[in-house]
Design a protein around this ligand. Structure first.
Ligand code: WTA
Length: 698
């Protein structure tokens, strides 16, 4: 569902009206802030790349970008074929590089890239880079939760580990096309497991290790994996989390519901929990360390079609259960590799760190595949960014001489609150490019990131994209053009964003509306697992002919894009996507909850937080204990990261006469914008609004 009134949606509305300087045939003529000077204020300020950076960049100026961009749009087949030829294809794709239909009125939505081409993404990440002479280069630096605990693997070693696991999986009956659920924290075994699946053509589905047993079960029931890969426990900061208990409960529930997973490969993470105290089910559970190292370090590659599935990743939508976003091999491979290279101006000498977990798309595309395809050295960090203190990130940056640091605005804001001393006590002089993802980065956080973390020296790639898009869609190319704090700037090669109004009319020039994409790009998802119809209705029916992102966006006079947040019932908490419907179902599972309505409101650090209106069943009294147990219901049904910030008692909910909850009104009450409630006369019972306001602080 889309909210009807556009104008209220644009938090960054003022940006669009700023008197920004014009792009004049790609030449920036007006007074500029040159990189190297601190950025003080004014959202309309252009921050120009410094000369030395631009000179060495893959795309050194706007002119070059325009030429490449025009070609990518004018001749997508030629442009992407060229990119694809940098990789190994056992057999080249067919005559037609891609085919697409995004227009639901003309038939089934269908996107294909490199169909008929035969390749393997694991081979391209590992074997190919080894053949290019990178066998002894570090592929993964691993930094443990505790300072001082670390490890690393070269490309040669990584290939050996991946091959051993791949052989184990094959021996246990995992075949091409089978799904495998991976429920692991940020140990090296997580990317190893993903790559091992890819090597044998199995479809991995990584479930973020912060999801609850119920969420894991739901995913097991949906994709029916041959095997679940997990570990016994993890340490995050000072907390130990017993993952195995969660998996046990998910596996026993799912077997009662008809999906019996016979094998649970468990990595013994002894620093968090000893093997002896781990609960064990003999016939089903196997210790990774007992079986995997016994296998051969050589494993033949299963060659797959460019359009064979690579992975499933469940993500939240406006309605119903999480959706299994399906990505295929060839297009995703080329797209993650190219976006990584250009958006971070990647060079072989870089040390790259992305703070995302592989349980989310960012970890798939930009911890694992994108960087490894480029032969990069990737840092994988197990712990939380502020443990043992808020200086940990910069300690790690200095320790490994990290050059590219990619994170989320929520972390930037939280570190900003902890004070500059935690940053400035570290050198950080290795840094050259910064990145941001997950939600719009507010200009003040952007400036702090730029001035304090990057010493006014490092461009920031504010990358807009989604689980569905596979890779970056709108992103700066560092060095190629001036930045504006808070704007994701311009589209990546091959991406044709359009902003439409509520009727689906394409808007020109300076405008605000719904962000759509006009044509396919190689990294696009191909379907929702087992539900192509839902794929079509969710993404392609609101505005026929376009992919609809679910985001609002404005474009300023200079053509810069400004993302403004979701326009559907999806909330973005600390960069994590959460569907209001999911939280509502978790709340109503509580026996004392009759009805619930959830909205997102602004939060200083998290970006947004969850605000829940709850109607208890008849006769139940409001109490703090009940609030706590309602929150617990969300934690156990989804995961701690989805816990509501606030429970607001609601004797009744504002509904239209046809019974539809008016979330617009709830949002205003939640954010205490009581003078902006708007027209409430269409409510079945307008009195509920007064009741809600009266109960706001109880
Ligand atoms: C939001 C994460 C503004 C957006 C990669 C999108 C952003 C949703 C940005 C996708 C950004 C992500 N600026 N908004 N740079 N990056 N978003 O699927 O609302 O977890 O629709 O993918 O995050 O979240 P997802």
């Amino acid at each position: 569902t889309i909210n009807p009134s556009i104008s209220s949606l644009f938090r960054h509305k003022t940006h669009a009206g700023n008197h920004l300087r014009r792009i004049n045939s790609g030449l920036w003529k007006l007074k500029a802030v040159v990189m190297g000077e601190a950025v003080a204020s004014g959202d309309d300020q252009l921050i120009f790349p410094n000369h030395d950076f631009a000179q060495q960049a893959h795309v050194p100026n706007f002119q070059t970008y325009l030429e490449m961009y025009k070609r990518s749009i004018g001749d997508p087949a030629g442009f992407w074929s060229e990119m694809a030829s940098e990789f190994y294809w056992k057999k080249k794709w067919g005559q037609q590089v891609f085919s697409e239909n995004l227009d639901i009125t003309k038939g089934d939505v269908n996107i294909q890239w490199f169909k008929g081409g035969i390749t393997n993404i694991c081979y391209n990440c590992l074997d190919r880079n080894i053949e290019l002479g990178n066998g002894d280069k570090i592929a993964i630096h691993w930094e443990g939760n505790e300072p001082g605990v670390d490890d690393s693997l070269t490309y040669n070693q990584l290939l050996e580990r991946v091959s051993q696991l791949a052989n184990y999986l094959k021996e246990n009956g995992v075949k091409k096309g089978d799904s495998v659920i991976i429920y692991l924290p940020m140990l090296m075994e997580l990317p190893i497991s993903m790559l091992a699946c890819a090597r044998i053509g199995a479809v991995h589905s990584v479930v973020f290790a912060g999801f609850s047993a119920e969420s894991l079960e739901q995913r097991i029931l949906d994709c029916k994996p041959k095997i679940v890969i997990t570990c016994n426990a993890i340490k995050r900061g000072t907390k130990v989390i017993n993952l195995k208990d969660i998996v046990d409960s998910a596996l026993s529930e799912s077997s009662q519901n008809g999906v019996n997973v016979g094998l649970c490969l468990t990595y013994a993470n002894e620093s968090a929990m000893k093997r002896e105290v781990t609960k064990w089910q003999e016939e089903r559970d196997v210790w990774w360390q007992d079986v995997v190292p016994k296998h051969s370090t050589k494993c033949d590659v299963e060659w797959v079609d460019g359009e064979d599935p690579l992975f499933l990743l469940y993500t939240s939508g406006s309605t119903g259960k999480p959706k299994g976003v399906l990505h295929t091999t060839g297009g995703y491979m080329i797209y993650t590799a190219a976006t990584f290279k250009y958006a971070f101006d990647y060079k072989p000498s870089d040390i790259y760190w992305c703070t995302a977990d592989c349980g989310w798309i960012t970890g798939h595309s930009y911890v694992a595949y994108g960087p490894l395809l480029n032969g990069a050295t990737v840092l994988v960090y197990e712990g939380v960014p502020n443990y043992p203190n808020p200086g940990r990130c910069w300690d790690i940056v200095d320790k490994y001489k990290v050059t590219i640091f990619y994170t989320a605005p929520t972390l930037v804001r939280s570190l900003m609150r902890d004070g500059n001393e935690y940053v400035t006590r570290y050198s950080r002089k290795s840094l050259r490019v910064l990145g941001s993802v997950g939600e719009p980065i507010n200009p003040s956080a952007w400036r702090w990131f730029y001035n304090v973390v990057g010493d006014s020296r490092c461009p920031i790639s504010d990358t807009w994209w989604q689980t569905e898009t596979g890779g970056f869609m709108i992103t700066p190319l560092p060095g190629a053009w001036p930045q504006k704090p808070g704007s994701a700037t311009f589209p990546f090669f091959g991406v044709q964003p359009v902003i439409v109004d509520e009727k689906g009319k394409e808007l020109e020039g300076e405008c605000s509306g719904y962000l759509c994409v006009k044509a396919s790009w190689p990294g696009a998802f191909r379907t929702l697992f087992g539900d192509h119809e839902r794929y079509e209705t969710t993404y392609f029916s609101a505005f026929p002919g376009y992919y609809f992102s679910g985001d609002g966006c404005s474009r300023d006079k200079d053509g810069y894009y400004w993302l403004t947040g979701r326009v559907d019932d999806v909330i973005n908490v600390s960069g994590h996507r959460i569907g209001t419907a999911e939280v509502e179902s978790a709340l109503v599972l509580h026996p004392k909850c009759a009805e619930a309505a959830v909205v997102g409101i602004d939060h200083e650090v998290k970006g947004q937080c969850i605000y829940a209106f709850v109607t208890p069943v008849e006769g139940v009294e409001y109490s703090d204990d009940l609030k706590k147990s309602l929150v617990l219901s969300v934690r156990t049904n989804i995961g701690a990261f989805a816990a509501p910030e606030k429970i607001h008692w609601a004797p009744g909910l504002p509904k239209t006469r046809s019974g539809k909850i008016m979330r617009r009104i709830l949002r205003k009450i939640a954010s205490r914008q009581l003078d902006e409630l708007g027209d409430i006369s269409t409510l079945a019972d307008p009195n509920v609004v007064d009741q809600l306001i009266a109960l706001a602080d109880s």
